[in-house]
Structure formats: C-alpha cells, structure tokens
Design a binder for this molecule. Structure first.
Ligand SMILES: NC(=O)c1ccc[n+]([C@@H]2O[C@H](COP(=O)([O-])OP(=O)(O)OC[C@H]3O[C@@H](n4cnc5c(N)ncnc54)[C@H](OP(=O)(O)O)[C@@H]3O)[C@@H](O)[C@H]2O)c1
Length: 324
C-alpha cells in the first residue's frame, strides 16, 4: 500500500472513530472508565462473594436496591438506617429474592447523626460476622431551598448527617480494616460533590466536603495500607425518596413528595454500576444518563459555561426543585 493511500485511509478512519465515540457518549450512562470496567473489567459476581458488606441508608432508594443486588451475590449483609420496620421489610425481600439465609443478614438500626453510637454499632457487626470487608456509606439527605431563605440549622444538619456522620462511621471501621490490611470504603457521593445546582447550597457543601475527605483518606491509605481502597460513587438523578425527604428552609420541614421521577435513572441500573465500581476498585465514578452526564463533563472542563447553563432563569430554578 502506498503512503498516500495509507494517509487517505487514516484521514477517513479518524472522523469515523470520532463519530462512533460521540454516539457511544450520547448513549452512555456512566463515565468512560466505569463503562469500560463494565465491559472488560472484573464482574461483581466473581469479586464480591463471601464478603461482609455494611450498607447505611438501606431502608429505601439506592441503599435498598443495592441490598437486593448484593443479596444475590452471596455476601453477608448489614442493613442500617433509622427506620427498623423498613429495614426488616428490606431484609424479608432480600431473603425472598436472594441467595441468603436469615443468619446472613443483620438489621442494625443506626442514626448517622448520633456519633456516640457508631463505635458500639461497629462492635456489633464485628461480633456478628467477625469482619467488615466493605463499608457502603450511603445514608444521607438532600436539600431544596434558596440560601437566603434557609435557616443555619439546615446547613448544620446536612453537615452533621452527610459529612460528619459518614466520617465518624468510617473512622470507627477503619482501624479494623487497617488491622486486616484490606477492605473497601465506598461512599455514595453525588454529582453535587463536584458541581453545583440552585436550591442545594448546603447539600453541595456537604458532598464537596465528603469528596475532599475521602480523596485525602484514599491517598493516605494508598501510601500506608494499599489493600484498603476508597471510592467515591457520584450519581446524578436516580429514582428514590431523596427529593421527598429533602430538607427545605427549616430543619423540621421536608419536601414531602418525590415529583415526577420518569427522567431519572432506574435505581436498579445505578446499583448495578455501583457493584461494577466496587468489583473494580474504581476511585471515582459518575453515574447518570444524558444530558446530566454531559453537564458533569462541562462542569469539569468549562465550569463558567456550565454554571451559566445550570442557573439560567427563574424557570430553571423552579424546574430544578424536582429535577435533582
Ligand atoms: N437519588 C438521587 O438522585 C441521588 C443522587 C446523588 C446522590 N444520592 C445519594 O444517595 C444516597 C442515598 O439516597 P437515596 O437517593 O437512596 O435517597 P432515600 O431514598 O431518601 O434514602 C436515604 C437513606 O438514608 C437514610 N438516612 C437518612 N437520614 C439518616 C440518618 N440520620 N441516619 C441514618 N440513615 C439516614 C434513610 O433511612 P432512614 O430514614 O430510615 O434513616 C434512607 O435509607 C444519599 O447519600 C444521597 O445523597 C442520591
């Protein structure tokens, strides 16, 4: 083949490849590393068996769905949240649909804001199962209120729950993982951990703080105890009770209804991609359909432009109350 022909073929292939990649991106529902791991990486069914997995916020939404999918992998499960009756319901469904027996699931009530209880809870898990392989820090609440109208108590509550509660529980589990020189600390962060949206200033602050903390912890452990991995899972909008339970202007007042959730990602798909991330020890993953995924990339590479698009107009503000 002559050089000229080879160059012509190359010139044709490059745009074709770009078009294929663009089409793949338009259909993507996770960042490119995550989707690669799903295609070519380790499968959760091989990697996550025989493990003890502690899931906080397991009484609804993402945590609940994750519990169902984990129960099919043959792990031992610890289900935590405040509402015991909901946790018992999740446990029953895990037993009906999964591969576990009653003794494989521990329902452990836990209030993340009650930090004095975290040490006792950790001891209870160790007493029951002897080890903790994976801690899934999932419990949390969101916010829907303008900053000017919002009481400082709401900001305090969001930091207490989303940030300090999660840090506190992690610090209780960490010495055990360090002793065993292995473990996975998986934290359900959010797109709001690296970008921002109106009506969520307190939520964004708590999730940005979490991302900073776990990135810092990850680098420390990489140097001192590489068998322990730290992952940030960042979902965009996912079907759950997050909007219904979101705090508003006052700490005693939540939104109360979920609104239309049809544009949000199915909870089962989000949980599946979380398992892929856990099986492949990915440090940070983004999980969302378009156009939210595109917005995430815009926030990374063109923040001024992304900020303008996110906050444009009063209509935008009203819509965002139920979009995220
Ligand atoms: N859904 C989304 O669009 C989305 C997007 C990005 C990130 N996230 C994150 O995903 C995680 C799970 O949220 P979700 O969407 O599944 O919402 P959800 O359906 O409202 O679930 C939240 C869970 O957190 C628990 N929780 C709330 N306050 C708690 C406390 N003080 N102590 C212990 N547990 C507490 C709740 O249980 P109890 O009420 O029984 O305590 C519930 O199980 C959150 O961290 C959220 O920030 C969600």
């Amino acid at each position: 083949m002559s050089w000229e022909l080879a160059l012509w073929l190359l010139a044709l292939c490059v745009p074709l490849l770009l078009v294929v990649q663009l089409l793949r991106f338009l259909r993507a529902d996770g960042d490119l590393t995550l989707l690669w791991a799903e295609w070519q990486g380790r499968r959760p069914e091989w990697e996550l068996t025989d493990m003890v997995v502690w899931v906080t916020g397991a009484s609804s939404g993402i945590g609940e769905e994750l519990a169902y999918q984990l129960s099919k992998l043959g792990v031992s499960l610890v289900l935590s949240a405040r509402r015991v009756s909901e946790l018992e319901r999740v446990k029953r469904r895990c037993l009906e649909n999964g591969n576990l027996k009653g003794k494989d699931i521990l329902v452990l009530p836990l209030d993340l804001t009650d930090r004095s209880s975290h040490e006792v809870a950790t001891k209870a898990v160790l007493q029951e199962f002897g080890k903790i392989d994976i801690l899934v820090n999932n419990g949390g609440r969101s916010q829907r209120s303008l900053c000017v109208d919002t009481s400082l108590d709401v900001y305090k509550e969001l930091i207490e729950l989303n940030y300090l509660g999660t840090v506190s529980l992690t610090k209780c589990v960490l010495p055990h993982m360090i002793e065993r020189k292995q473990g996975k600390i998986v934290t359900v962060n959010s797109f709001m951990g690296f970008m921002s949206a109106p009506l969520s200033s307190g939520y964004c602050a708590s999730k940005h703080a979490l991302r900073g903390f776990f990135n810092g912890l990850g680098t420390e452990l990489y140097a001192t105890c590489p068998g322990i991995t730290v992952s940030n899972i960042c979902p965009g909008p996912v079907q759950s009770d997050i909007v219904k339970n979101a705090l508003t202007e006052e700490v005693t007042k939540s939104v109360g209804s979920s609104g239309d959730q049809s544009h949000k990602m199915a909870t089962s798909r989000c949980a599946r991609l979380m398992l892929v991330s856990m099986a492949n020890d990915l440090k940070e993953v983004w999980i969302a359909e378009q156009p939210f995924l595109l917005m995430a990339y815009l926030w990374q590479y063109m923040p001024t432009c992304a900020s303008w698009i996110t906050s444009k107009g009063r209509k935008g503000l009203r819509t965002l109350r139920v979009v995220w």
